[in-house]
Write a protein that binds this ligand. Sequence first.
Ligand code: HEC
Length: 287
Amino acid sequence: MPNHFVARAAQSAHRRLSRVALLALCVTAPLASLTAPAWAVPLQARPAMEQALKQPPQPVKVIEPHLSTRTQNTEVTYLGWPAPLVLDTVLGADWRKPGVDVEFRALDGYVSRIPADKFSQHRAYLVVQRVGHPDFSVNNLAQNEKNVPLGPYYLVWDNIRSPELLADGGNGWPYQVAEIKISEARSQALLPAHLPAGLRAVATEAQTHCLSCHQVNGFGGDKWPGNLAQQARALGEPAFLRWVLAPDSVKPGTTMPPVAKLWPDAEREALASRLLDYLRAVGAQAN
Ligand code: HEC
């Protein structure tokens, strides 16, 4: 556990450095003209963002995955801007290159990497306010958390227009987003040459379901330390499957959510097995 805090402290030190670097650059260049910054770019506060985007935030109604269950959908209206508009303005056009991920980095170190082409398939918004609610927060039923603050920015998807997104629950809905970044590290870490061809597609599933919190070969989030490929191998199959399918039954109150909790059980079990096969194979040559 101490490792976790060390990692966080190191990261926030890094983040402070990034801000200094950015400030230095801002003196000479307006933000919108920067191309493909290699570091995370802090998102400006709402009034500055409104000015940079030249429009006020608009209402967006979504089915809020953190408040919805298998049997009941809860709609929430937020105020925000189309994500591609924000990305174009903050990151320049390079986030639209093929094979690129956009990283959303939260205040607490949570990193959500979203393949850039998902933004052309579905409508996403960066929102700053929850309409008709005392504050900008939501309960997170899956993680047993109440009144989770969502600001400064929260990425939401129009899953009313794209109902196929409903099955993924809160995956790809990072909150407390403070910085964004273009990343090309995904394929290097997740698709090493020795990976069997049949497991390549599972890399995307691992990314969707696990790597916002965990890392594999150095790629992923840092909510829990260590290389998930090694940890999965060390656990062995029965313990891995039990943990991933029902973490709360192994360790009551854990903040690790059950994998794909909205899917039918047979599909969840198949997914967990595929993830184990992938994690065992992808780390085979890592040390
Ligand atoms: C929302 C963040 C989050 C996501 C998503 C997540 N985990 Fe975890 N995971 C955690 C946390 C936090 C712990 C430590 C839990 C504890 O001890 O209470 C953990 C622990 C683990 C462990 C034990 C690691 C060790 O120390 O040996 C394994 C294995 C694991 N997760 C696998 C997975 C897999 C596979 C996925 C994807 C299906 C996944 N996790 C998705 C947060 C997450």
